[in-house]
Each structure stands twice: as structure tokens, then as C-alpha cells.
Design a protein. Sequence first.
Lengths: 113, 120
Amino acid sequence: DIVMTQSPDSLAVSLGERATINCKSSQSVFHSSNNKNYLAWYQQKPGQPPKLLIYWASTRKSGVPDRFSGSGSGTDFTLTISSLQAEDVAVYYCQQYYGPPLTFGPGTKVDIK
Amino acid sequence: QITLKESGPTLVKPTQTLTLTCTFSGFSLNTSGVGVGWIRQPPGKALEWLALIYWNDDKRYSPSLKSRLTITKDTSKNQVVLAMTNMDPVDTATYYCAHTDGYLGRFDPWGQGTLVTVSS
């Protein structure tokens, strides 16, 4: 199984400042057949189901604000919120779909400082 | 617009079998590449993928739970059913179903989830 880890466990950022979340996979999720990284990012607000933000490691889903961006390749990935807004308070999960089995990271909680 | 909704018991006893139904709209499980997955989340904990069924009846299961899980589809009713045997209190969680396409395993969107408590 591909094990996903995230860092930090939680972070508090001032409004308007940058938030950076890291995700690491225990083996590469890059598929050379299509040059894509099988990595997605989700946002989960309290009491709500997760919402897909980014897929293929860096493709923003339509309608997701452009302050959210994804980067990385192979085993190391990053989700960046360029200017934190109050509505971004949530837990963020990475997920590899190179699998199966499909696996999620443990989550990173983002709060306002 | 794609929507999914989970239904089933909110309380089950240890050793019982849990049966959950995902009723969806806005897509067809007859369409190539489309699938429905189940994911659970214990209170305050992370997400755990359970099972996935595709339009062609290809089924995938979490290896750690495979012996306890069965996923089936009824395309005429737009439903996917997940059965989990031998329930234990550690299986207490919110159970989500979610749509996937492209014969992939990324999920969008998700249902609202249903909280299942396992207790005698």
C-alpha cells in the first residue's frame, strides 16, 4: 500500500498570509504513460463532506479560487493557499489514486492566527 | 448536477451486518469510466477508503477490509449498496459515498454522509 503522510498536523496563519501544506507518498504516484501524478487534494470544513480542490497534483477544479495551488511530483507534493481567507478554515487531505488501494493522508488542520 | 445520498441504519449492534445504500442522480453507472466509491471517517479522524465499483462491474476493495465488504450496483435504480459484515465498535464512523470518473479513484462530489454507531 502507498502510505501518505502530511505535515504539519496543523497550522495557524494570519488572514491574507500564505499557508503551505506538504504531502509525501511512500512510493511515486507519477505514471510515465501519461506524465501525470495521481494525487488529489480535498478540503473538509466542519460538519461537511470533503470537497475536491485539486487533481493531477496541480490542476485546480473549476470554481476553486485561484489562491489554491498544487505542486510537486513523484513522492513530494504541496498545497499552497496564497492568501488565507476566513472561509479557508478547514482540514485538508491529500489522496493518491495511483492505487488501489486508494489512500488518504492524515489531514492538516488550518486555522486563523 | 451530480448528487449522492447515503441511507441506512444509524445504529447497529456488534457482529451485525451493516447495509448502506447510495442513491445518486446526475450521472449513469452505465457510462464508461464512471464509478461510485465508499469512504468512511471515524469521529475526529482521517478518511479511509473502503470500496469502489465501476460501470463495468469492476470492483475494488480495501485489502484490510476485503473479507468483510461487498459492493454492488443497481443501475436501474441508480443505487450502489455496500455491505459490511461483523460490525465492531471501531467501525463507528460517518460513511460517505462519492462519484468518480475516468476509471480513476479520485472522488467528486461526495454525499453528505451518514453516521453509523456500533453499540450494544
